[in-house]
Design a protein around this ligand. Structure first.
Ligand SMILES: [Zn+2]
Length: 349
């Protein structure tokens, strides 16, 4: 097969790889029908923590089951499946508590399993899926091609935006500000609207992203940054800040902006990968009674709830994909997102 390998900063390659086979009874082999590049893939592309040696990459994909091991019972060959961005058994105590990202048997796409077997990345033609029963979720029937982008968003960004909204306590009547206008931030807007928020303020200075946010139901757009943005939010709301702030970037600046934007007694839900040493100022949490929750999103936990709404069109996150390329052009997909020419790039095999 052909698949994407990550070599180092600004170096991803589409190259020949061994065809995956069933190695364990709990495995499935999936033929990928769509994959995409994640904002978190870009950290590596930009040189943060270079790999020691080339490794398979990609953790968001959907596809069709080709083959299953003898121990797999919830999916069968021919099923269309969604793969969450973390491999989990969905049965251990952490999974039962709804935190599948802390699965006691959890594994990562593109990494080695506990016995040293290579796990495929999602940006390739085929993937061996460990713990297939726990990890994969099948749709009731084959979806049309027009539904595939929305279904693909369930493997990460839609569930991650939803997680931010839940962690921030979004609900009917709440005022919400979203920091970050990447695909996760935009999905956080969609999730907050879905949960009944009264006002949803999207912070973005890019016209294309503002347009997606408005299409998702954002009531206001704030183009300023940092403390200036927080001041505009206060003016818009006529309050001392937003009830709920969804932090979808992961930098020190975005966390500071979230803290400046939330009202006393409010909540911050954070889902941006904190790569740059971002800190939460516990003194501010104390003095202003601000709660901070969230973390790496257990999107597997939300699939049962969100999938039917994507299938019937009530929830359409597909506008976050503004560029579609053949997988063989994966390097251009990374460059387009790195240079912010694309919000999120979908890869077709
Ligand atoms: Zn588990």
């Amino acid at each position: 097969m052909q698949a994407t390998m990550f070599y180092g900063p600004e170096d991803v390659r589409w190259e020949h790889r061994p065809d995956p086979e069933i190695e364990l009874p709990t495995d499935a082999v999936v033929r990928v029908t769509a994959a995409c590049v994640c904002g978190s893939d870009l950290w590596g592309f930009r040189g943060y923590r270079p790999p020691g040696e080339p490794r398979p990459v990609g953790h968001e994909f959907v596809g069709v089951v080709e083959e299953t091991g003898a121990g797999v019972s919830t999916v069968k060959p021919g099923d269309f499946v969604i793969a969450p961005f973390v491999i989990s058994d969905n049965t251990c105590v952490n999974c039962r508590n709804g935190i599948q990202t802390s699965c006691l048997h959890g594994q990562g796409w593109g990494a080695l399993d506990p016995d040293g077997r290579q796990i495929d990345g999602g940006q390739g033609e085929y993937v061996r899926v460990p713990l297939a029963d726990g990890t994969l979720v099948a749709t009731p029937e084959q979806p049309g091609k027009e539904l595939i982008p929305g279904l693909l968003s369930l493997s990460d960004v839609l569930g991650t935006g939803h997680h931010a909204a839940l962690a921030a306590g979004v609900g009917p009547g709440r005022t919400v500000a979203v920091v970050g206008d990447g695909a996760v931030g935009l999905c956080a807007v969609l999730a907050a609207v879905r949960l009944g928020a009264e006002r949803v303020i999207a912070c973005s200075s890019h016209a294309d992203r503002q347009q997606v946010a408005t299409g998702f139901g954002a009531t206001d757009i704030v183009a300023e940054r940092g403390d200036e943005a927080a001041a505009v939010v206060r003016d818009l709301l006529g309050d001392t800040g937003a009830d709920c702030v969804l932090e979808c970037v992961g930098t020190e600046a975005s966390m500071d902006q979230a803290m400046a934007t939330v009202r006393p007694g409010g909540r911050i839900g954070f889902v941006g990968v904190p790569v740059g040493g971002a800190q939460v100022r516990i003194g501010q949490m104390f003095s202003r009674n601000v709660a901070v929750g969230g973390g790496v999103a257990p999107v597997r936990a939300y699939l049962d709830e969100l999938l039917p709404e994507v299938l019937d069109g009530r929830l359409d996150p597909s506008p976050v994909f503004d560029l579609e390329l053949p997988m063989a052009q994966v390097a251009e997909a990374y460059r387009a997102m790195h240079e912010r020419r694309s919000i999120k790039t979908l890869l077709w095999p």
